[in-house]
Design a protein. Structure first.
Length: 133
């Protein structure tokens, strides 16, 4: 579930979102655990393969509170490939790009090399062209 779905529509997104993410942060510190929260990208970033930090939709307060933000984008809607991007890393190096091959029917994500990514992407594009003709 996306934490942003807990915000009432009539409330101020920044303040309400901030409250939810502050509570999640407190819960993580109190229980010495990791909290994973999902977010949709902004509509303007839907077709981006690399989604920047500013591409997180709803409350921007999550960007201030989160220690790490990883974004995932696709080269096309029908692709089984993802591009991961370390958009924020509070104690580390941000800006790293990594490639993932998916098998969602098996709930499998596998990191692949840049070479394999380029090959898979070109095969997907070629197959899409052939199926349209």
């Amino acid at each position: 579930r996306f934490p942003d779905n807990l915000i009432k529509h009539q409330e101020n997104m920044y303040e309400s979102g901030g409250d939810i993410y502050n509570r999640l942060s407190y819960l993580a510190r109190r229980n010495s655990c990791v909290i994973l929260a999902g977010s949709q990208p902004k509509i303007s970033n839907w077709s981006d393969e690399i989604i920047p930090l500013s591409g997180c939709a709803e409350s921007s307060k999550k960007q201030h509170i989160a220690d790490v933000i990883v974004t995932l984008g696709r080269p096309s809607n029908d692709s089984k490939l993802l591009t991961g991007f370390l958009a924020k890393v509070r104690r580390g190096i941000m800006g790293t790009v990594f490639r993932i091959k998916t098998e969602f029917e098996r709930a499998r994500l596998c990191m692949i090399s840049e070479f394999d990514y380029i090959e898979e992407k070109s095969n997907t594009l070629k197959n899409n062209k052939e199926s349209k003709t």
